[in-house]
Write a protein that binds this ligand. Structure first.
Ligand SMILES: Cc1ncc(COP(=O)(O)O)c(C=O)c1O
Length: 413
């Protein structure tokens, strides 16, 4: 999408002075490219898109259209998948907190439910006993060491043996089986080696627990880096693998263990890897200030819109200069680009080195992951989201600007 100050001004007239822009074609390309790298090595690979990373319904609809799974971690996300027409059998239900009713509903509807703890096993056991004629199948989230120096809180301890008990419980029930193994292990370096190791280990566990049978699926989770520009890459003190390298870390191990076409389905669950670079945030500069040696430009946005996880990293940004600005309403960098909240840390970009002035538009790129879903209703309602169609070169509103009524609608007033 080719933006200019003039095109953003036109968008402002329609959508207001701050908004997100979704590039849906880019999302489609990411989805296809990532999956294709795996399928070229292990054809029975499928992608479960992590809704929580960014559940804009338009994105979830694309996933459905492309044949992917909806990977959800709450009934709220499950409800969204159903609302946009995803078949329950194309939903993977993960997460550490799944209430009894939600588990029962999802299992009976045919979704893949990956259990996380013994309490969930008890819920499934009770369901199987209540419905002896009903065949019930679940997946198990595995917790094991991939050398990250931290003990994860999720899933069943495999190496410590806790998962043995779970297999035993299900073996003793005639109508209940484990259909697959799942893991998702987040690491700060998201390294190729850690993916190789987790795949080796989960295949080993599968061989041990499924013996002469084989699981229906092996799910290695998400946590992959996405595509990013050089400036952003430079800020990580680790190597940023590309899609091909991730596929080469995982898929050949599946291929050599299951060489024919009847091997288990390999499921990958990316969020960041496919969605991070598909969203931009546009915000207008509305104030300038100099305090001692510090120069500040106030924009119609906040750190919560662009980096709610408060990372120290500098986002990639472009400033579109106001073509009608007067020289006096201008600051020469370094300028801190700050937001509307009353928090001192609300600085969207520290030390912007260029010129910036009233009426300029600041566009933050690569902010598609954990932004829209993470923003608190702090001080201002949510800005709208528009979607850009690169084929028609058109913009469409896909989330309207939130109103005060939206924010306060659940309170008793
Ligand atoms: C079970 C599960 N799958 C997939 C993901 C997606 O991770 P990411 O967005 O880092 O790819 C997460 C994120 O925490 C997760 O918990």
């Amino acid at each position: 999408m080719e933006l200019s100050w003039q095109t953003i001004l036109d968008l402002e007239k329609k959508y207001g002075d701050s908004f997100f822009i979704l590039d849906s074609k880019k999302f489609e390309n990411n989805y296809q490219d990532f999956l294709q790298e795996f399928r070229s090595i292990y054809p029975r690979t499928n992608l479960g898109y992590s809704y929580k990373t960014n559940y804009i319904p338009k994105i979830c609809q694309i996933v459905k259209f492309m044949g992917g799974y909806a990977e959800v971690v709450s009934q709220m996300e499950y409800d969204l998948a159903i609302a946009i027409g995803v078949s329950p059998s194309r939903i993977i239900f993960n997460g550490p907190l799944k209430p009894k009713e939600d588990i029962e509903r999802a299992i009976l509807a045919g979704s893949i439910v990956n259990l996380d703890c013994l309490e969930e096993v008890e819920i499934v056991k009770a369901l199987a006993q209540k419905l002896p004629n009903q065949k019930i199948a679940v997946g198990l989230r595995c917790n094991f060491d991939v050398g990250v120096g931290r003990i994860s809180r999720f899933g069943f301890d495999v190496e410590g043996g806790a998962i043995d008990h779970v297999f035993k419980v299900f073996r003793e029930l005639n109508n209940c089986s484990v259909q697959g193994l799942h893991c998702h292990i987040s690491t700060s370096t998201r390294s190729i080696e850690s993916y190789t190791l987790r795949t080796q280990k989960i295949i080993e566990f599968s061989d041990y627990y499924f013996k002469d049978k084989q699981p229906k699926f092996i799910d290695v989770g998400g946590g992959f880096f996405g595509r990013m520009n050089y400036a952003l890459k430079q800020q990580f003190d680790c190597y940023i693998p590309n899609y091909r390298e991730y596929a080469e870390a995982i898929a050949p191990l599946m291929r050599s263990r299951f060489p024919d076409d009847s091997g288990p389905e390999l499921i990958i669950e990316p969020g960041v890897a496919v969605v991070a670079d598909v969203l931009k945030f546009v915000s207008k500069v509305v104030g300038l200030k100099t305090v001692g040696s510090r120069q500040l430009a106030l924009v119609v946005g906040s750190i919560h819109n662009v980096k709610p996880t408060l990372t120290e990293k500098k986002l990639s940004l472009l400033v579109y200069r106001n073509e009608e600005t007067s020289e006096s309403k201008n600051l020469n960098g370094p300028v801190d680009i700050v937001g509307y909240t009353c928090m001192e840390h609300d600085c969207l970009y520290k030390d912007y080195p260029g010129n910036i002035g009233i009426g300029d538009y600041v566009v933050f790129e690569n902010i598609g992951a954990y932004t829209v879903v993470f923003k608190p209703p702090f001080i201002r309602p949510n800005p709208p989201i528009i979607s850009y169609d690169s084929i028609l070169n058109e913009y469409d509103l896909i989330r309207r600007r939130e109103t005060s009524q939206d924010v306060f609608s659940t309170y008793v007033i």
